[in-house]
Design a protein. Structure first.
Length: 335
């Protein structure tokens, strides 16, 4: 399922949800929620231990067009996330629960993370940037072997200081999410040393590499493929990370089936929390244990695009859906 198919299926699902009988996700709203929250689906007892009976999904904000790339700043008690079509980064502040504009324009930015020094790393159209402590911005990479990057999509930082990011090119495929511009490089996953500017190709056989995250021990790397391949699985792949520098032993970790995933994160126990889009009862977050079994879902009334852990104990799951920001306290903690 490619990005356009992902959005198309979401639109169809939204129509279906809006006319469902009493009890559908849209009609429940997010006022008073009767515990346990019906949006939390326990498939396996292992997921039951990760959620609390008296915790509910909260809608914190509505007003984005395609929310992406959440990243938590514990030192400032705020969350940043991208609103790609509106060309901005938004900030939700925990203390006031208010939302403000952090950056506009944002060069149709997508995924975000923090490096080992806590600086913001951002995937933008045609480039990867770093926001310095004084607010100035540094372009970390915009070309490879003389050709322009397509549109970096999602990004993770390794403890050794290197930055790994995917470049499927969505930001140059449409006017809605950027510009229509020529593709100059194959779709790839890169490993960048920001100190030297040296970059290497980590993988180039995934057609549309999108969401990316490490296992908690950094010995595995997960990459989501959002390519539309009729008759083929919508896969989340996993690789072994060799010497912290290269990938080996690619295999399918999980087949998303009729729907698809985008952003992904691991918790401290190695469970993978995957955003999901594909229609009612599918949209939200799917939780998959290290052996590749689905154990639970957090259902949302719209496509979940990306997610991250945050809060004082790193046990608050923030979910950027297409138009809204959601959160849920869980009994798992982010890396």
């Amino acid at each position: 399922m490619n990005r356009r198919e992902f959005i198309k299926s979401s639109a169809a699902a939204a129509v279906a949800i809006s006319v469902t009988s009493s009890g559908g996700l849209a009609e429940q709203g997010r006022g008073i929620v009767h515990y346990p929250d019906p949006w939390i689906e326990v498939i396996d007892p292992r997921f039951g231990r990760m959620v609390s009976f008296n915790a509910a999904v909260e809608r914190l904000y509505t007003g984005t067009r395609w929310g992406e790339g959440p990243v938590w700043f514990g030192d400032g008690r705020f969350l940043l996330w991208s609103d790609i079509p509106n060309n901005r980064i938004l900030r939700w502040t925990e203390e006031t629960e208010q939302v403000s504009v952090f950056r506009h324009p944002s060069n149709n930015c997508n995924g975000n993370t923090r490096d080992a020094r806590g600086r913001l790393i951002t995937c933008e159209r045609r480039q990867l940037t770093r926001t310095e402590a004084d607010g100035t911005m540094t372009v970390l990479m915009d070309r490879f072997q003389g050709k322009r990057l397509n549109s970096p999509n999602d990004v993770v930082a390794h403890p050794d200081g290197n930055i790994w990011f995917t470049d499927p090119g969505y930001g140059i495929m449409s006017l809605y999410e950027g510009e229509r511009e020529p593709v100059e490089l194959p779709t790839r996953t890169y490993r960048l040393n920001p100190s030297t500017g040296q970059a290497t190709v980590a993988n180039e056989d995934i057609e549309k590499p999108n969401g990316i995250c490490f296992s908690p021990d950094f010995k595995k790397l997960y990459i989501v493929d959002t390519a539309d391949k009729p008759g083929q699985p919508h896969s989340i792949y996993v690789f072994d990370v060799i010497d912290g520098a290269r990938l080996a032993n690619r295999r399918i970790f999980y087949d998303m089936g009729a729907g698809g995933s985008d952003g992904i994160r691991c918790d401290r126990e190695g469970n993978l929390w995957a955003s999901a889009g594909g229609g009612e009862k599918y949209d939200g977050v799917h939780v998959i244990v290290p052996d590749g079994k689905l154990i639970g879902k957090i259902r949302l009334p719209e496509v979940c695009v990306n997610l991250c852990f945050g809060g004082a104990k790193k046990n608050r799951l923030f979910m950027t859906a297409s138009q809204s920001l959601y959160a849920l306290y869980v009994e798992a903690q982010g890396v």
